[in-house]
Design a protein around this ligand. Structure first.
Ligand code: SF4
Length: 407
């Protein structure tokens, strides 16, 4: 675990110290750790513990990681995904867990004041802070299409990311250009990797990405100084190891050949597969089908009946038309372990029939006895419980055979 970050003018506190000082309950923090474990059950060192309490205990001792968040050509959706959670206190909690030193959308200051805050944060935590980049960077015409304090975005990126301990490109725009780079790409938009090819950069693509993926990477870096294992697109494997199609709730319909043919048709209303509506799930690596946004099941495109657009894939989103049907390149066959969709009707042996009959008889008998235990008939001298209609001891049954009250 890295030593305490010391700065010229202040010392950062641990997550536990901060939470106690700000009156955040342990329960809220353990709940957060539990969500982190669900979002990253494998492949993230900090969640490699047995229980959420164990994770909370380990993370509580970590120094709050200083984060400098710079935004270029973006819609602020990646910031929104971090803060617009279903529980109002989670947005608060996140801001207590990390030490957000600069974020021009969220900070109160602006203009020269904000620029000074950025300069101080970069100097104070040089080599130790996490630089998060949101949005693509314009490169055409010497980057004239976006300037911050008179400097092209390219230059700001080189200055701020160049002194960071870790660089994270959040969202598809920062990862490889995203929406601004779609044809005709008027600004020459590129991702962070294109401008800093020799740096270790973690891409967390998505439009927007899951906030727990970002927090998992930031907290692992703060806790151990390491980054999770990355795939060939520099995405953390723990979050992008499977394609959506593998765990899609509509997968059974794909396997059965039930496809939506038109928005609003019967199949669409019944939740059938969206492949023929242009769903890119079979070629898209992301965890949306199992790691829900804002802790609400089904809050994702396929969950609400829209095809996946492949926003975590460099070659799909904003490159391939949204409703165009794609060729499937990845594992799309039903796993061998799936039960067959239909199986031939078999026969039942006499022995099995006898056993089932005996079990059914026992259940019926138990049900009858149980029903007799809840009598509310005044003066009922029989066994507890009303007599079942048509049963023994009832006016339409045989009184002689009814159960007698014990004397
Ligand atoms: Fe789900 Fe899309 Fe695959 Fe259909 S094609 S099962 S909607 S991921």
């Amino acid at each position: 675990m890295p030593g305490r970050l010391r700065a010229s003018s202040r010392t950062l506190d641990t997550i536990d110290e901060r939470l106690i000082r700000c009156g955040i309950t342990r329960r809220a923090f353990v709940q957060f750790c539990s969500s982190l474990m669900i979002a990253a059950p494998f492949g993230l060192a900090i969640t490699d513990e047995k229980t959420p309490e164990d994770v909370a205990q380990g993370l509580g001792k970590v120094i709050r990681p200083p984060v400098i968040w710079i935004a270029f050509q973006d819609c602020t959706g990646c910031t929104e995904t971090l803060l617009r959670t279903s529980h109002p206190d989670l947005g608060d909690l996140i801001l207590h867990i990390i030490s957000l030193e600069y974020h021009e959308t969220l900070m109160a200051g602006s203009g020269a004041q904000a620029e000074e805050a950025l300069r101080q944060a970069v100097d104070r935590y040089s080599g130790k802070y996490v630089c998060i980049v949101e949005g693509s960077i314009p490169t055409r015409d010497q980057g004239v299409y976006m300037k911050l304090a008179g400097r092209p975005a390219m230059q700001v990126l080189a200055d701020v990311a160049g002194k960071a301990g870790a660089i994270i490109a959040i969202g598809s725009c920062a990862a490889w250009g995203g929406i601004p780079s779609a044809d005709p790409d008027p600004t020459g938009a590129v991702g962070v990797v294109d401008l800093l090819p020799k740096k270790t950069i973690v891409n967390i693509p998505g439009c927007p990405p899951n906030p727990y993926t970002l927090l998992g990477v930031v907290l692992q870096f703060a806790a151990s100084g390491t980054l999770p294992e990355l795939d060939e697109e520099r995405r953390p494997k723990f979050a992008y190891d499977r394609d959506i199609h593998e765990h899609c709730p509509r997968r059974a319909h794909f396997d059965a050949g039930h496809f939506v043919r038109q928005f609003g048709d019967q199949g669409h209303r019944e939740g059938w597969c969206l492949y023929e509506m242009g769903c890119k799930g079979p070629d898209t690596h992301a965890g949306c089908s199992t790691r829900h946004f804002n802790e609400i099941p089904d809050v994702w495109p396929i969950g609400i009946g829209a095809p996946c657009i492949g926003c975590t894939e460099k070659s799909i989103a904003f490159r391939v038309p949204m409703f165009k049907v794609i060729q499937i390149h990845t594992r799309a066959e039903p796993p061998a372990t799936y039960a067959p969709i239909s199986s031939p009707q078999g026969t039942i042996s006499p022995l099995a029939t006898g056993l089932v009959g005996a079990a059914a008889g026992a259940l019926l008998g138990a049900g009858y006895v149980a029903s007799r235990k809840f009598s509310n008939v005044p003066g009922d001298q029989s066994l507890p419980g009303p007599n079942p209609p048509g049963g023994p001891g009832t006016p339409d049954g045989d009184p002689s055979t009814g159960p007698k009250a014990s004397q």
